[in-house]
Design a protein around this ligand. Sequence first.
Ligand SMILES: Nc1ncnc2c1ncn2[C@@H]1O[C@H](COP(=O)(O)OP(=O)(O)OP(=O)(O)O)[C@@H](O)[C@H]1O
Ligand SMILES: [Mg+2]
Length: 153
Amino acid sequence: MAKTKPINRMRCSLPAISINEQTARLLLSAFLMQADPTAEELADLKTAVSEAVTNAIVHGYPDSGGQIFITATLYEDRLFRVQIRDTGCGIEDIPLAMTPLYTTSPEEERAGLGFAVMEAFCDRIRVSSRTGKGTTVTLEKRLTSKQEPGKTR
Ligand SMILES: Nc1ncnc2c1ncn2[C@@H]1O[C@H](COP(=O)(O)OP(=O)(O)OP(=O)(O)O)[C@@H](O)[C@H]1O
Ligand SMILES: [Mg+2]
């Protein structure tokens, strides 16, 4: 997706502890307010980011803690891009990890649907990862313009 000029950016890092799933959702909402997203767009992005942050916490750092780095950028053409990065264990086989219902934590009753949710709620998802180095998930969603009819904000 071609990107125009960035108009605002937020960078933050949070300890990889489960309370910060909520923190990340709230930070994202606060940042997105300037773009006046629809209720649906906001809910979709919060859900998708929450899945990526949860993955960093539970899979990226399974033993010891670490940091989660979030970079959110809003572009002039209303493209919204958010990166969720960890420096944890990494993913060996990305296509396999992204296969719906695939999970390495069935004993924790995980469904293996996090990536499927991110794909469903965003326009584009990119995953890059190196074993032992960490994982970066990039989510993109184009927000509708205020002039588009039939949108409830
Ligand atoms: N940040 C990450 N670091 C290391 N492994 C990851 C990371 N994110 C995902 N994975 C791997 O990809 C698999 C699939 O992730 P996905 O979010 O789709 O499912 P899940 O987390 O196992 O289950 P659910 O999200 O439904 O609770 C995980 O089981 C894990 O093995
Ligand atoms: Mg998950």
